[in-house]
Design a protein around this ligand. Sequence first.
Ligand code: 48F
Length: 259
Amino acid sequence: MMLDEVTITRAIIDRYMEKLHANLDLDVAIVGGGPSGLVAGYYLAKKGYNVAMFERKLSIGGGMWGGGMMMNEIVVQEEAKRILDEFGIPCREYVEGYYTADSVVSTSTLTSKATLAGLSVFNLITVEDVMVRDNRVNGLVINWSPVEMAGLHVDPLTLRARYTIDATGHPAEVLNVISKKVDAKLSTDTGKVIGERSLWAEVAESTTIENTKEAFPGVYTAGMCANAVFGAHRMGPVFGGMLLSGEKVAQVLDRKLQE
Ligand code: 48F
């Protein structure tokens, strides 16, 4: 077969634009491609919702690749083992209730299963702002990450979403952007992003699930962002809470989308 370079170029542009067009009016937009966002995306896509993920970096997976201090193993506690099983991620019991899994296998399997379930992933796109109508977020303001990195003055584009999940991890970027708007009041004790407390795995793992909820009309927290927004502890390289938080936000939004 003869290969034509311009046909290759056309194929990439056409297929990418098709994908982008199909994701400009979403049921759910997930900001951030870490473990909590991937689990949420998997369950929502499996239910048949039009759901897309926007990730600033080239690679999907957030803080899961590096395990703990670059030792590429993660720990998952008993309560979340069933989610590893659902994804088919192999794990080994270390001592009773503590399971370990290879972080590269875990991250790549979450990504693979979520995208094959129907989650559309747009990497290299940064969510820089949101659209607010009648005190409710109804869409995202997006730009190419290299534009942000180069500090170029290039206007963004927008997309609509019935619900947004802030799964941006420690920086809680979506809710911080909202929090800074003069007229915005979050559902936290202070009405603004509170910020995270010191590392305390035992407490943080349960609060991350409790704090997985609506933080501003139309915007739900997931993963580490949930604790950062509501003023709870960080947890370090134990990942059960991330998986359970992703599952919870998908269940909550499934009920909302059926209302
Ligand atoms: O931080 P991250 O992995 O989020 P998570 O699902 O998991 C947290 C754990 O990795 C770990 C932990 C575990 O126990 O505490 O930290 O809560 O992934 C967040 C992703 O969001 C992307 C960022 O590049 C990362 O991959 N991200 C952050 N801000 C934006 C963004 C933004 N404004 N637009 C697009 N992507």
